[in-house]
Design a protein around this ligand. Structure first.
Ligand code: ZN
Length: 323
């Protein structure tokens, strides 16, 4: 009997404390993501703790979502873990330009998500815009976060396949598409260079590759304006994003509708004119398989197969490569 009374007392104390803690959550302003779901999660935690009869542990384990500040919470209206791109650049971007500090003192800097030849670049395709840069890989290759940040979305999305989106403190979001496996979850803090998934071929993709996008307030930017893919490093630590660049360079759909000759489209058409009638390309100074594959939106693997070459084969000037 004495034992039962003690257990009952512990339960009462636990319940009182938990309620006090739970009520404490409602003090102060609500933050993005502090929605019904997180409230439900807290209530679940409460039940869990009462069963355990251990209040001390509860205080350590249950997350106080009021204390979580999502990266760039002042810039974005919401923290959406379900939709890839709910943000409207034209409505949110009020100034003419903004300086995006890519690397700040004390953060983890930049890491190439994966090193490999580019197989497709930012620009207009025949029927649709291509907002990312495609990097060749083998399914199962490790993909790492480009910068420090917090995972906003980690799920299957149409087109992207298995997709991870990381929000960074400077307002930039990096998107990693076509993964074979996702190894992180929304809300998880990741460092530059930290494993977030494995490369693959899911979604709208033909052949294993990483589709990498950089976005700011929903607007896709050309990753080649940030990254020197040959060197595997950033071109600059401070990226200046101007409204006029978005209009003239990045807003592919509007550009295509305007004059159907945006940068990506022109680049693709120019390069195609250099092929022979039978589909051969003549190697020029400075060429390598990676560059040729990128220019013709194919992969080194495909070129090697068609031409019986190895990825590291040295090319001769004037050599004919079947595309
Ligand atoms: Zn792509």
């Amino acid at each position: 009997m004495k034992k039962i009374t003690i257990i009952f007392t512990i339960i009462c104390v636990a319940f009182f404390n938990v309620n006090a803690i739970a009520n404490g959550f409602h003090d102060g302003k609500s933050k993005p993501g502090d929605d019904k779901k997180s409230k439900a999660k807290r209530e679940d935690t409460t039940k869990f703790v009462i069963n355990l009869e251990n209040v001390t542990e509860n205080e350590e384990e249950s997350p106080d979502t009021n204390l979580i500040l999502f990266p760039s919470h002042d810039l974005y209206a919401s923290w959406d873990t379900l939709m890839a791109h709910p943000y409207k650049f034209n409505e949110s971007f009020k100034s003419d330009s903004v300086v995006i500090q890519l690397i700040a003192n004390g953060d983890g800097g930049f890491s190439m998500p994966i090193k490999g030849p580019l197989t497709s670049v930012f620009g207009w395709r025949k029927y649709r815009p291509h907002y990312g840069t495609d990097i060749d890989l083998e399914t199962g290759d490790q993909i790492v976060s480009a910068f420090d940040g917090m995972v906003r979305l980690a799920k299957y999305c149409q087109g992207y396949g298995n997709c991870v989106i990381v929000r960074h403190n400077n307002g930039l979001e990096t998107v990693y598409g076509h993964l074979s496996r996702i190894l992180v979850e929304p809300g998880q803090i990741v460092n530059a260079g930290e494993l977030i998934g494995l490369g693959g071929n899911t979604g709208r993709s033909s052949g294993s590759h990483l589709h990498l996008e950089f976005r700011y307030l929903g607007q896709a930017l050309d990753t080649e304006d940030f990254i020197d893919y040959e060197k595997g490093e950033l071109k600059t630590n401070e990226f200046v994003l101007r409204k006029i660049d978005v209009e003239n360079k990045y807003d592919l759909r509007a550009l295509h509708n305007r004059h159907k000759r945006d940068i990506g489209y022109a680049r693709a058409s120019n390069s195609k004119s250099k092929l022979s009638k039978k589909g051969y390309y003549k190697v020029r100074k400075g060429d390598n398989l990676g560059k040729i594959a990128k220019r013709y939106h194919t992969s080194v693997k495909v070129l090697c197969k068609k031409n019986r070459l190895k990825p590291n084969s040295v090319l001769r000037l004037g050599q004919r490569i079947k595309i």
